[in-house]
Design a protein around this ligand. Structure first.
Ligand code: UDP
Length: 256
């Protein structure tokens, strides 16, 4: 099974709506195919432009969705429009719906440990509680905070925990580019896992610790601006956005 791919500045995006992406993922799961899901925004595409090795990591994923209006705009500028933005956090939620419906075991990896949260409960454990309340009999078979070493013996322990849990869906929420690199380097060591989701700060939102942008901001394509208001320290990272936008025009003009 294939989905049409559109190249945006070197990254091959699947041209799917949210529902189509969820369906595609389910079809791949049903046929036993391993799928890594990456959700690059313009900041990450800019990183790919600047770093070939990371670009190869991103393009290795079987499902790549545009989690940012900047990527959608760039595709349009380049004359190869995408259907629209697909928020990773929404695809994550659809994947949880599927897990609950089909009884697929899920493992949550990432987010703050218990020493870093106000409640003294790790973000992943808070999510487990929220999901169990929401879905009833969803199988969250394991959790692990993201503040551990991502290599060496400590990482081996994380891998052993995922393998022992029998999880077939793994949320890896460490932020980009850490989570994509982790999935790329470790996916073959996790034979049971069929779906790997690199979903940044999603666990913070699912757990209720971070608010998603109000609907109006989403509608006006200003979700990025709302995040900047809530987390002003993101300004450094966001400086990549104008570089990406103007770079895309320059790239288009050069190609003509
Ligand atoms: N995080 C983590 N381990 C780390 C660094 C970060 O688990 O070593 C978590 C952090 O707690 C947050 C998420 O990764 O929940 C990063 O969120 P951010 O919104 O920065 O990611 P983005 O969605 O922008 O990639």
């Amino acid at each position: 099974m294939n989905s049409e791919r559109i190249n945006v500045r070197g990254v091959s995006f699947d041209n799917l709506t949210l529902d189509e992406a969820a369906k595609y993922l389910e079809e791949r799961f049903d046929s036993g195919e391993k799928t890594a899901v990456f959700t690059p925004n313009s900041e990450i595409v800019q990183l790919c432009i600047e770093d070939d090795t990371f670009c190869r990591v991103i393009n290795s994923a079987e499902l790549i969705i545009p989690d940012g209006i900047g990527v959608v705009k760039a595709a349009k500028i380049l004359g190869t429009p995408l259907k629209g933005k697909v928020a990773g956090i929404d695809l994550g939620k659809k994947t949880l719906d599927m897990a609950a419906r089909k009884g697929i075991p899920v493992f949550l990896f990432g987010g703050k440990d218990e020493t870093r949260t106000e409640s003294g409960v790790s973000i992943a454990d808070q999510c487990k509680e929220v999901f169990e309340k929401e879905y009833g009999d969803i199988k969250i078979v394991g959790t692990k905070d993201g503040y551990c070493k991502k290599e060496g013996p400590e990482n081996e322990e994380t891998l052993a925990a995922v393998n022992a849990s029998g999880a077939e869906i793994l949320f890896v929420c460490l932020g980009a580019p850490l989570q994509e690199k982790w999935i790329y380097e470790n996916r073959e060591k996790l034979p049971n896992v069929k779906i790997f989701l690199g979903l940044g700060g999603s666990l913070d939102v699912y757990s209720g610790n971070l608010k998603r942008s109000p609907k109006l901001f989403i509608k006006l394509n200003l979700e990025w601006f709302y995040r900047l208001l809530c987390e002003p320290k993101r300004i450094g990272r966001m400086m990549k956005l104008p570089k990406f936008y103007f770079g895309t025009w320059k790239y288009k003009i050069k190609k003509k």
